[in-house]
Design a binder for this molecule. Sequence first.
Ligand SMILES: *Cc1c(COP(=O)(O)O)cnc(C)c1O
Length: 380
Amino acid sequence: MSDNKQHKMESMIAQACHYIDEVTGGISPPLQLSTTYSRNQDHEYVGNYSYSRADNPSWEVLEKVCAELDGGAEAKCFASGMAAVCAFFETVNSGEHVVAPRIMYHGSQDWLRRIAEKRSIGLSLFDAGDIEDLRRTVQPGKTSVVWIETPINPTWEVIDIALAAEIAHQAGAILAVDSTVASPVTTRALEFGADIVFHSATKYLNGHSDVVAGILVTAKQDDRWEEIKLVRTLTGGVLGPFEAWLLLRGMRTLFLRFDKASQSALRLAQYFEGHQRLQRVLYPGLESHPGHEIAKRQMTQGFGGMLSLLVDGGADEARRITGKTRLFVRATSLGGVESLIEHRAAVEGPHSEVPQNLLRLSIGIENCQDLIDDLEQSLK
Ligand SMILES: *Cc1c(COP(=O)(O)O)cnc(C)c1O
């Protein structure tokens, strides 16, 4: 991505596509709470709207901004990230085959396992650290969807999107990318050949830990996309007007927040790498990280605000450390302005493949030295 394009994106999002309300001149869109829209005497709708599960003026600016951000043909918002994930997988038919990483966001994988079982959909998992394993796992002519996530929660392994797209397309499948952790600031997955990009907008896009929302962006408007839109209307996983409004407001500062979080996360990762109380620091911005070379190519504006620490010891030691933080908040989720810490295996439950000594950190926008000091005193 050229710097020029980056500048354009920053300007575009700060002004929400240069939004100006046609009626009032307001520079923030109005909040339309109506669920239904009236017809004139000829029984025709007065405006372009009928009923708020089907079409909703509150989504329009938001969806336009999201499509612009990822360079897609169209974007659609949903009631949560998982509502978007579910709508997407509704388009997979019985008998088809889906490929996904072995370690990935647990909610998406739980859903995939459930539909695979209930609807006779084939599901194969591949090792995210080995792209050749993806090549071996796809079944040409049978695999319809390759779903990847990069960087992957919570090891931050990086998958080469361009290569994954090539492998998926050669097998006759589409590539869908969960780009929640990278955000469109640093990775525009469609530009690397992905067909659909997904964001849990609950995370970086909103950024203030006060909205649950999901976004899908498509490279082109095809039959699958039409089906996704239909599924949203029929199953009703729609975003409320106020949430849409808040999300758009949060997104205006996306670049500022993401830049700050990226810079601090890199500094933290470098500071704590080799720390005597830690076995390892997992962060794609570190040269020691196995995905670093791909990350340098694919994460064009920083390596993001997510990192994990493998502490010296097991689950008890990991939990003891989280118990001592004073600034880091003990909570799940990511991408907000507040820095969070969690013992990930405990969050994912007994089936989790996440190491017991892994602490997941989401870096916010606090003073970086304060964050370093807090972790240092917690590790003691
Ligand atoms: C949070 C998250 C999701 C799910 O999104 P919700 O908004 O919580 O429904 C999916 N993928 C990743 C990587 C996430 O972090």
